[in-house]
Ligand binder design. Sequence first.
Ligand code: ASP
Ligand code: MG
Length: 408
Amino acid sequence: MSIIIQKFGGTSVANPERIKTIAEKVAKFASQGNKIVVVVSAMSGETDKLISLAKEMMKSPEPREMDSIVSTGEQVTSGLTALALINLGIKAKSYAGHQVKILTNKLHTKARIENIDSTLIKKDLDEGYVVVVAGFQGSDIEGNITTLGRGGSDITAVALAVSLKADECQIYTDVDGIYTTDPRVVPEARKLDSITFEEMLEMASLGSKVLQTRAVEFAGKYKIKLRVLSSFQTSGEGTIITFEDKKNMEDPIISGIAFNRDEAKITILGVPDMPGIAYQILGPIAESNIDVDMIIQNVGQDGLTDFTFTVHQNDMEKTLDILNKKVKDHVKAREINGDNKIAKLSIVGVGMRSNAGVASKMFRTLAEEGVNITTISTSEIKISVILEEKLLNKAVKSLHKVFDLETA
Ligand code: ASP
Ligand code: MG
């Protein structure tokens, strides 16, 4: 008998009809003799709605109260899902995070799970219940309700899979799996039957929004078998995230192309090329809790160098402000610029490890398309470039073709 965790995102529980549909899916798995734990998100849009309600009371709502408000979205869908199952003749029970007990630290609105006491769930499963757990939430040691950060229901699902030693953790969403790239940009994009965990981690953190990055990391750490599938289709195997690195020799070298239009590039020109400069520039940024992504320092000339990094575009003004006020004079920079009309594009694939020439093929293709790249960074299994946002679609399309992603 297998233990399966089935997580349904906001669009999959968006209304009563959708909830009835997923209940049928769950019922089918349960009737095949599996032990099922369902994790649900709030109805799509609900969390945003609850956040704005809180903001009507207070400009920056107290995080503790924010958590008790936003956690209700998932409590509603978990109860409704249990009812839909009971109506189909399935024994079912719902739990809020704090009832389970999903113990978290005290960091309201972005709490981390410390422990799950799954005694209750195990007992229910043994008695033949389908257990439905409200995603995205837990409680701290004092019983205060906490939430796990946006998209956090994925974490709930993976954490329950770890705690129950589940055979598989299925993430149901509105797409039928992980694609070679966004089909809205490249209609020929292909669904992957499998992707390695490392590749998935890159794709998730690079802006392919199907799975929350933290949940992928978590699953990787405990070797949880993850599968992404569509809740809108009645069949299909989705995409399985595997731990094997070895692929067939004939598989494409690149598995996917991820991109993200949300970054902004900050350039600091003419700073002295000497020890401590990177720290003097990035220290104040980190202190303001701004996440920095790519960082590049150019080769210095005449004792001066340029320094470039990227941040989320919403943080651009704040970053420029900090640099102008706290850093510019201090490091004697000539000029500081921000540019949010940029995009980041990355090609990802474990095949890069054993194939030389991937980078030159990428750069040649972009050159032939007249796409200028301003910044490059690489890791063992990915190459990322920054380019002008308006050239992004063209770049993705041509790379998708050149790296044979259209054909399996
Ligand atoms: N409902 C929460 C959110 O919108 C958590 C989730 O859906 O995973 O972020
Ligand atoms: Mg999500």
